[in-house]
Design a protein around this ligand. Structure first.
Ligand code: NAD
Length: 294
């Protein structure tokens, strides 16, 4: 199976390189010529023309910033011929790893199905390091039969694949996960600050939390890897996490749900744009909790 990866940024480049390392024939496309040049050194064949990549491939993996990019690439602008819908052959499978929206996934899947093209929403966790080492986790929406067809590809990219439900269900699970991660960054920063001001060092209180029931991915990984050592270089930006928190907020509004603590978390992330630029590391949100500590 020829695999095309569209979007060769922090995540897509690692996924493409991982699949190439595991002997899959991989072709890459990105709007950025720098991204195309960089991927050529990773065993991936760069393709400068979108139409050429779509014609070549049996499976297309998307790793794009937002839902609107997914819709443009899959369905095109009005009457556009530069889209997977216009160019994809029947039987093509699209695996969308973008952290996107369920309604976009459902719309795109329904349109592509009219041409015999299948679609899975398969957002990922694990960051650029997980993408580059094939150790991501994926939450997946779509048909069981489509999932079975591409399972060897998913298993080469990730250690965990959770089939959540129909198309869109993967997006909902990912948004729920990232809202928790966004909250954990703030709540963990606050309790570390509390302990520090009460005379207990940050690394000691974190060791205690990680041995107890308050632990999370943030307390176990983010603080040691990117926050306490002041590196802030996880490869996931404030801009993308603010987008994910915004997706959670949209979902709450659509469902007319009131979630008091989550609303405070969403407000704090939205307000963070006043002091933390889109290209800063997402872990930098902790700096708003205690300016003396972080
Ligand atoms: P990124 O900004 O580094 O990469 C996105 C790439 O898409 C860029 O190279 C850009 O040029 C390309 N692109 C944009 N529009 C395009 C188009 N129409 N055609 C072809 N290429 C196009 O973003 P990223 O950090 O790799 O994240 C990608 C997705 O994965 C996002 O939805 C993000 O929320 C999600 N995600 C990121 C991480 C992380 O740690 N970085 C972790 C999990 C999930």
């Amino acid at each position: 199976m020829n695999i095309g990866v569209i979007g060769l940024g922090n995540m897509g480049s690692g996924m493409a390189a991982t699949l190439a390392k595991k002997s899959f024939p991989v072709f890459g496309f990105d709007l950025s010529s720098q991204a195309l040049e960089a991927i050529a050194t990773q065993g991936v064949t760069p393709v400068a023309q979108f139409a050429e990549l779509v014609a070549l491939c049996d499976v297309v993996i998307l790793s794009l910033p937002k839902a609107l990019h997914v819709e443009q690439v899959c369905l095109g602008h009005h009457q556009s011929t530069e889209s997977i819908l216009a160019l994809g052959k029947p039987g093509l499978i699209v695996i969308d790893t973008t952290t996107s929206e369920a309604q976009t996934s459902r719309k795109v899947a329904a349109e592509l199905a009219k041409q015999g093209i299948e679609f899975l929403d398969a957002p990922v966790s694990g960051g650029p390091a997980g993408a580059a080492s094939g150790t991501m986790s994926m939450v997946i929406g779509g048909k069981e039969s489509t999932l079975a067809t591409v399972m060897p590809i998913l298993a080469a990219m990730s250690t965990t694949q959770v089939h959540i439900g129909d198309v869109g269900a993967g997006n909902i699970a990912k948004i729920a996960n990232n809202l928790l991660c966004a909250a954990h960054l703030i709540t963990t920063a606050e309790v570390v600050s509390l302990a520090q001001h009460a005379g207990v060092d940050a690394d000691k209180v974190l060791a205690g939390i990680n041995a107890g029931s308050g632990r999370s991915g943030v307390s176990q990984v983010n603080f040691a890897k990117w926050i306490l050592n002041d590196t802030y270089n996880s490869g996931f930006t404030m801009g993308l996490m603010r987008k994910d928190v915004g997706l959670a907020q949209n979902l709450c509004e659509t469902l007319n749900l009131s979630l008091p603590l989550s609303e405070t978390v969403m407000d704090l992330w939205r307000q963070s744009s006043e002091s933390l630029a889109d290209n800063e590391d997402f872990n930098a949100i902790v700096k708003l909790s205690d300016s003396q500590l972080y």
